[in-house]
Design a protein around this ligand. Structure first.
Ligand code: PFF
Length: 449
């Protein structure tokens, strides 16, 4: 969205917000974080956070955005003039800056595999050989950096031009395509020998093994995957007409995203167990498993290419939203300044992301706080900055904004009942702040023995 234009349809808004939400978080991050945290119990806690925190917070961001009708920083200045609450918008800009710096590394990995399909390198390997080949590829510093750059470049060009309309149209094809390709993948995966073990891993919770870190990861994942706490949803909803049903829109986005997460889990874990791979492989998990599943399908490489293209699209539409919120604040709606800021910020993000891109190669031995640069950036964003932004937004909405105005805002275009509104309001006012603070104490090691 370039100037203060508006979404023409509710579907357009939902597709754009779902475009921000559905991305690497659901497809790449969920399986590996669930894998690291023992599966089932993590999954259930994640669902809990999705509905108790992320969904109400998404509605809160929608309410702020539509009330103010401005970018991430100006929105706070309009609603609470003369106060420092606009710092939430700045926090969101810093968070998405760091986020895109490592997100783009994975974007580059997707291009890597696309290239490999066309060179025929992926045909006829065993599952460990795929993992080795992938490891060798991402170790290459120049390749990683150039592909990361290409991903950022594409983001810069789209955000700089503000050609979101085209994206909206493309989403109408890409999102259903994503679901269909995933379904094919799921069918193959759950019919593999030993698939049941993978399903049990994901759906049979063993709460006795749950750690405080798993709970923090689950909360972080619920914010990450729905783009919550960084004012992206404020920015997008600022372009909404007053007639759009906000609660229903939020519910649609959450459900679509959850569907992708479940499809992703159902395609990855049965295969992981069937091929005897390690669910705890970390960020490379998806990339190690996918080629093996596809290689066991008729026309596998064709489907794999199609899947990667849709996956890449999903990652890009999320990346747009990260750069968009920074550029929309800086350019203040001036179309002529968008391009300049998109380039400046995009290049800065690339430079900042270089250590993350090299974390799987030349810098693999360098650690800060016991983590590689990549893992540190990911941890800071998912487990510290996004929960912090969410905490502040919950407090801002429920303690600083007028309750009756909030009710009016959410009621416009919807049939919201008073009781449901009250529940939402008190969740934000009491439950969310307390819960987020308690879970976040794990960052300081309070819960670890
Ligand atoms: N929700 C995106 C994903 O799951 O891939 C990640 C994301 C996009 C987070 C935009 C935050 C954001 F502002």
């Amino acid at each position: 969205m370039s100037q203060r234009e508006q979404f023409r349809t509710r579907l357009g808004f939902i597709l754009t917000t779902a475009g921000s939400a559905i991305g690497l978080g659901a497809i790449w991050k969920f399986p590996y974080v669930a894998g690291q945290n023992g599966g089932g119990a993590f999954f259930f806690i994640f669902i809990f956070f999705t509905f108790v925190l992320a969904l109400p917070l998404m509605m809160a961001e929608f309410a702020i955005g539509r009330t103010a009708g401005a970018d991430a920083v100006t929105s706070f200045k309009k609603i609470a003039p003369g106060t420092k609450w606009y710092g939430i918008g700045i926090l969101g800009m810093v968070t998405t800056f760091i986020l895109l710096s490592f997100y783009s590394v994975i974007g580059g990995w997707i291009i890597t595999y696309l290239g490999k399909i066309f060179t025929g390198e992926l045909i006829g390997l065993q599952s460990e050989e795929y993992a080795l080949l992938f490891q060798k590829t991402i170790e290459n510093p120049w390749l990683s950096l150039s592909l990361q750059f290409i991903f950022i470049l594409m983001t810069i060009i789209v955000v700089g031009h503000g050609i979101q309309n085209g994206i909206e149209r493309a989403s109408k094809i890409m999102m259903p395509a994503l679901a269909i390709l995933f379904l094919i993948l799921v069918i193959r995966s759950v019919t593999l020998d030993g698939a049941v073990k993978g399903m049990a891993f994901l759906f049979q919770p063993d709460f006795s093994k749950l750690t405080s870190k798993a709970v923090l990861d689950a909360m972080g994942q619920s914010f990450f995957t729905l783009s919550i706490g960084v004012s992206v949803m404020i920015t997008y909803s600022s372009y909404l007409p007053k007639t759009t049903n906000l609660p229903r829109s939020a519910l649609s986005v959450v459900s679509m995203n959850l569907l992708v997460i479940i499809l992703s889990g159902l395609s990855i874990f049965p295969a992981v167990f069937s091929f005897g791979l390690d669910p705890d492989a970390g960020p490379v998990l998806l990339f190690n498993v996918l080629p093996t599943i596809f290689s066991q399908l008729p026309f596998g490489m064709f489907f794999f290419a199609a899947f990667l293209i849709v996956f890449f699209f999903a990652a890009l539409t999320s990346a747009f939203s990260m750069l968009e919120i920074i550029v929309s604040v800086l350019s203040k709606g001036h179309l002529d300044k968008r391009k300049k800021y998109a380039w400046m910020i995009g290049i800065a993000i690339f430079i900042f992301g270089i250590p993350s891109a090299l974390s799987y190669g030349v810098l693999s031995d360098v650690t800060v706080f016991g983590k590689s640069f990549f893992d540190l950036a990911d941890y800071a964003v998912s487990n510290v900055l996004m929960p912090l932004g969410s905490l502040l937004i919950a407090i801002f909405v429920s303690w600083k904004m007028e309750k009756s105005l909030l009710f009016d805002e959410l009621k416009r275009g919807s049939k919201l009942k008073r009781g449901a509104f009250q529940a939402w309001y008190y969740i934000l006012r009491y439950v969310a702040p307390v819960l987020i603070v308690i879970v976040m104490l794990d960052v300081l090691g309070v819960w670890r023995r």
